[in-house]
Design a protein around this ligand. Structure first.
Ligand code: NAD
Length: 245
């Protein structure tokens, strides 16, 4: 579905991001994964050796426009185009408002929101030059409902939805589609860090009867990146088994 296309997956070292990278590789794309450290990027690449001709790693500071633009340019240079950006990297929070420090709030804004802006800008500049592309952002079901602690996390996901819908409208004239994927509870390290009772309680309320697998979410990223979604832009696609918080 993506033969000959080039994709960057931020936070592609594990969890949903690793699954998206693998799904894109299986479907013929060239893929660059990013991570916060060279070491974790290299560890992820070591699990993708069967695709070594079509996969590479970069580790820019995603909040630095200069580092990010240079990393994306190096991806285009290696593979010859820049077609798909999956803005997947993110962190979560369960901190209560009473305990929340401004530093912690700034940190989650940085990676969950500011990095989405920085990466989208760098990617859109390359995509515009080549006549189009696709951007897919990581939202969450809590970007619709909020959550009872860790207010910084849903705040960033509401903002990601706003950025998605606005950029879809702004960039349509440049043939760049912009969408978001809003997973429910998905089995990754992010969820493993939550209290077990909390995960069990949330899982019990999911009409489809199970939490999501990273591959369930990666399938949505595949669809939105592909030409099957050529008339789809500005949506937040829920992949949550009809869960509600
Ligand atoms: P994860 O913790 O397993 O992986 C997060 C990825 O982001 C890692 O590759 C990590 O290296 C990267 N990352 C974190 N901070 C970074 C930084 N400062 N710079 C560069 N990379 C950084 O998380 P996940 O569960 O796979 O989540 C992926 C995305 O999906 C996130 O945006 C998350 O908010 C969203 N999401 C996850 C769930 C879930 O239940 N797992 C639900 C809804 C939304």
């Amino acid at each position: 579905m993506l033969k000959g296309k080039t994709a960057v997956v931020t936070g592609g070292t594990r969890g949903i991001g690793f699954s998206i990278a693998k799904k894109y590789l299986e479907n013929g794309a060239n893929v660059a994964i990013t991570g916060s450290r060279q070491e974790t990027v290299e560890k992820a690449l070591a699990q993708l050796t069967e695709y070594k001709e079509r996969v590479m790693g970069v580790w820019p500071d995603l909040c630095s426009p200069e580092e990010t633009a240079a990393a994306f340019a190096s991806v285009r240079e290696r593979f010859g185009s820049f077609d798909i950006l999956a803005n997947n990297a993110g962190i979560s929070s369960r901190t209560s408002l009473y305990e929340y420090t401004l530093d912690e709030f700034s940190k989650i804004l940085d990676i969950n929101l500011k990095a989405v802006f920085v990466c989208s800008q760098a990617a859109a500049r390359l995509m515009k030059e080549q006549g189009g592309g696709v951007i897919i952002n990581a939202s969450s079901m809590v970007g619709e409902y909020g959550q009872p602690s860790g207010c910084g996390y849903p705040a960033t996901k509401f903002a990601v939805n706003g950025l998605t819908k606005s950029l879809a409208r702004e960039l349509a004239k440049d043939h760049i589609r912009v969408n978001a994927v809003a997973p429910g509870v998905t089995k990754t390290d992010m969820v493993a860090a939550l209290p077990r009772e909390m995960v069990e309680r949330i899982s019990a309320g999911i009409p489809l009867g199970r939490p999501g697998e990273p591959e369930d979410v990666a399938n949505a990223y595949l669809y939105l990146a592909s030409d099957m979604a050529s008339y789809v832009t500005g949506i937040v696609l829920r992949v949550d088994g009809a869960a509600m918080t």
